[in-house]
Write a protein that binds this ligand. Sequence first.
Ligand SMILES: [Zn+2]
Length: 446
Amino acid sequence: MSASKKKRRPDYERMIADLESGRINAFAVWHIDRLTRRNAELERIVDLVEATKAQFACVSGDVDLGTYTGRMVARILGAVSQGEVEHKAERQKAAYLQRALEGKAWGCGVRRYGYDSDGITIRPEEQKVVRHMVEHVLKGGSVNSLVTWLGDNDHRTSQGNRWASRAIVRLLLNPAMAGHRTYGDEKRIEVDKPDGTKQEITVTKEKEPDAFIVARDCWPAIITDDERRRLRVILKDPDRTTNPGGSNKRKYLLSGGILICGLCGRPLTGHRANSGLPGYHCRKTAPYGGCAKIRIAAGPLELDVASRVLARYASPVVRKRLAEAASPGGDVTLGNELADLEEKLEQLGRDYADPMIPMSRGAFLEANKSLAAQVNDVKGRLKQAQRSTALPEMVTPKSLAAWWAAAEIEERRGLILTVIDHIVVHPSTRPGFRGLDKDRLTYVWR
Ligand SMILES: [Zn+2]
């Protein structure tokens, strides 16, 4: 095993152990740099040869570890070899970073989906697939339904594997899909600037992807920057991505605060009744803390909610109000606003860490808190704006019904929440009645 690697060399260690124990009393090497390329190791061998009087032969040169001159030659040769190893590693690292800063594509590795193996030339067939993914997610569609769609149409990853939701999210959030070059191996790297001075740049994997983009617009983009910002908000929504596998995907249309218990005022949660049919109930156990006295079957209730919500949505008055609320292009502005705020947050952190800028911890925390609150606010508004872009545009009853039938549960919830604030569910007055008792419901419209 080469002496230049930092790995352990078991055979080398065995040889040293045999020398120490006296099992062998002579050894030969081709060149001193085959034996070791590290000074500390060489010192140990010199000591060992001195102590054991072992014979040492070097085929390519006259290195005699038994004499002072020989040891000095060995040390010089060793030092030169060690330097060579370090320089080579440095040169490789510097060349790699240089490529990144110049915005050149990665030289090797796994082919990025959508592009040829040069990482620059777009593959039109795959570009179409990526565009479909982007539009689907931006319209409020789920990543899980994309997995199904990709599987049904036999689209495979660049490695020929089936698409998993994690891989889709990674692809959609990858800055390289927007033409940007990233560099993410080191936490802090020193860069030589043209004027000869050095500059330290920080690149970490923990930060938002933008933090380690080192060169922008290096090759044709498949996903625009604006789309990427919106995708980030959607796909990084913790409600949605805590488990991309899908087990925490929402199963109940009206859970999460749409239905309110008429007795205790707590939100009803979805559950499967003893009969096996889905329903909603007021739940007592922590963290719900409800009265546990209200339950209602899901089927007829959801049908009633759907028909009333769609009728309401179709009314010209409501449409006008909604159109005014969702100003065109609003989410683009919000996306930029969010990016600005995130930049400010980062700058604040850098300023605080900078010893040249005096800032008390209290002042930093105060400013940080205020910025974080603004970020949250914009994120909320952005989500609202994105929700309204996912709403149906046609308003004939037939087209609305078709939209509803094809929509995903999150899209349906989006529509419900644009017109309904909440629905109060009162206790049943007709025990055993299987249909929907409309007297039990109080709709509170927005
Ligand atoms: Zn209750």
